[in-house]
Design a protein around this ligand. Structure first.
Ligand code: ZN
Length: 385
């Protein structure tokens, strides 16, 4: 079982240690105090309503002062050393989640204004958390052990449940931006979790399509479930198939590299996965990332985005957890830039065919996982969570 220890940083932010299964007895050092004496946390930024699009925009000008690509010996998410009092007071850890010191949303919680129109604004309520995948400053998620991957999944699941229960939260979004080309401001392997006080524009579009399909089938079918079935029957865009999860390049992929990883069972979010599903996810997610990393001689920038059902009475019943992994990389030395058609009109033009990308991902040679799937499945911790 994943061991979880919660503590507070010197400015009151919550920090949680998630220990790999089997290592939780040696983690008393986690309760080390943060001696930095940080100043109190500031007020939230603001959200403004864009009447033209019916969408909220967060204005977070205070974030300009945040850390940007610090040298390795000043990394804020490495374990604390005598020369670097980092965000993580402990001398070692497995996985850590903590509230972002420079959040786009929060720390205060509450609802966005109702009946919004031109000129409507309010505090940028919500919560932004950082997830450090490993104490090692270099490397990437694809290089983690299967056991560590499982711990990260447990952390995502735990945080999804906790954030979903907080006042005013409408959507919980775990994600990873990988690579400076995507705008990463820290090299240390990490992800983030945003808890929004509104349903984001993209989730609103996907949610409306899902609900429409759900209603048209009298609630017997989900859109994502039907697409998964269609892709598996077709086969030409499949990347991998497991017992509980499958991954494919979608029929109408927008990005040069786009993969959807979908559970076979309809679940609303990561918190709804059972232990067996999480065990397999730890393996297939690593497999997927290894394939992406094996495509080119250098690491491929990507955005790994967990789409979870919004906390909305209308959208949630039709919601279906899935991952959308996208990359603008279209060749070893070429990135796709969102220009006129895509950025201005939202009309994507893909220079690759989904079938050829899927074939490359299926056939690429990947290094073996450090923990074979069969070995993990055989451990007694495997089914626990
Ligand atoms: Zn680091």
């Amino acid at each position: 079982m994943t061991g979880i220890t919660s503590t507070r940083l010197s400015d009151g932010r919550e920090l949680m240690y998630f220990d790999d299964a089997g290592t939780s007895t040696s983690r008393a050092g986690h309760l080390t105090t943060d001696h930095r004496g940080l100043p109190p946390r500031g007020e939230p930024g603001e959200v403004r309503f864009d009447a033209l699009t019916d969408e909220w925009v967060a204005v977070a000008a205070h974030r300009q002062a945040r850390t940007h690509l610090p040298p390795a010996d000043q990394c804020p998410i490495c374990p604390t050393t005598p020369g670097n009092a980092s965000e993580i007071p402990a001398a070692d850890y497995d996985v850590v989640v903590f509230e972002n010191r420079f959040p786009s949303l929060g720390p205060a919680l509450g609802p966005v204004p109702e009946h919004a129109g031109w000129g409507t604004k309010g505090p940028a309520y919500g919560r932004c958390e950082v997830v450090s995948f490993t104490p090692d400053h270099t490397g990437s998620f694809s290089g983690l052990s299967q056991e560590r991957s499982r711990t990260v999944i447990e952390a995502w699941s735990h945080r999804t449940a906790a954030l979903s229960a907080m006042t005013g939260i409408k959507q919980v979004f775990p994600f990873e931006n990988r690579g400076a080309d995507i705008g990463v401001t820290l090299h240390h392997p990490h992800g983030q979790i945003y808890a929004y006080p509104y349903v984001t524009p993209r989730a609103g579009v996907l949610g409306a399509a899902a609900r429409k399909y759900y209603d048209a089938t009298d609630g017997r079918e989900t859109l994502t479930g039907s697409l998964l079935r269609a892709e598996r029957e077709d086969g030409s865009r499949m990347v991998l198939e497991g017992t509980h999860f499958s991954a494919y390049v979608p029929f109408a992929a927008r990005w040069p590299l786009e993969i959807h990883l979908v559970p076979h069972r309809q679940v609303a979010d990561l918190a709804a996965l059972d232990g067996e599903e999480k065990d397999e996810l730890a393996h297939v997610y690593l497999d997927l990332l290894k394939r992406v990393d094996a495509l080119y001689p250098t690491p491929t920038p990507y955005i790994s985005a967990w789409h979870q059902a919004p906390l909305d009475d209308v959208l949630r019943p039709a919601g279906y957890l899935h991952l959308q992994l996208t990359s603008p990389r279209r060749a070893a030395d070429k990135l796709k830039y969102l220009a006129g058609s895509e950025a201005a009109m939202g009309a994507f033009i893909n220079d690759t065919t989904p079938e050829s990308v899927a074939e490359r991902l299926r056939n690429v040679a990947v290094p073996p996982s450090s923990t074979p799937a069969a070995a993990l499945a055989a451990t007694p911790e495997g089914a626990s969570a």
